[in-house]
Design a protein around this ligand. Sequence first.
Ligand code: PAF
Length: 279
Amino acid sequence: MQIIHTLDDLHCWRADNTDVALVPTMGNLHDGHLALVELARQHAARVVVSIFVNPLQFGPNEDFSRYPRTLEADCARLKAIGVDAVFSPDATELFPQPQRYHVEPPELANELCGAFRPGHFRGVATIVLKLLNLVQPRVAVFGRKDYQQLAIIRGLCADLNVPVQIVASDTVRADDGLALSSRNGFLSPTERAEAPRLYRLLGEIRQQLVDGKRNFSALENAAAQTLSEHGWRVDYIAIRTPVLELPVTADRQFVVLGAAHLGRTRLIDNIELTATKNL
Ligand code: PAF
């Protein structure tokens, strides 16, 4: 496995490797990332994983400085599963001067997580476009856990005609249902025991939708209230269509999304609900 730090070395590697899938990450890899890699491998002859903690997508009061950086352990895990290359540039390599041009995503970037993290998706879209331009993969793999991110990246590639196929990977969960995330490591033992409640509540909403309930805001509010009663600070619980149109316009398919803080840690999750006998 080649570990690449510079754009020059990336260009050389890319010249020798034509059929490439990219898995963009910020490192601190867990089994969810490894599932992205496995899916990538099914789609291309070579897999490159990028590891870069992107300053553009963190707000001034967010966890950029404490975001875990574990490059050595990450590379060992990726080598063990046969990844072909890791692209881990320094900030100076990606930003030889401060970034002047940014991707301006549409209104969706200001909804849901975007309403609580101003500029986040602009930063994500900008770095993802840079990575896609640098690596020029045929395929890029993203997780469904970051549902809104996936929707925005799909939109970015469609609108800007980026010649890449975006592939989505299912969320990987711990036995108790908690979605794997690099931020889970911030949770205290008590918070970790509480954390699966978010997924459970999203699942309860899903069941109520299957049962034919359509009082969307009552369902959202009840789940948010339950989380608050258990010590969470809720950003949102929201029922949307899969393309995240606002408000819900179709009665056949939904995604139920949530974001809430346990102590200093912000967790997100979602559950999709596609055609069922009731819908
Ligand atoms: O999902 C992530 O880890 C990041 O948002 C991404 C896509 C690697 C961009 O920095």
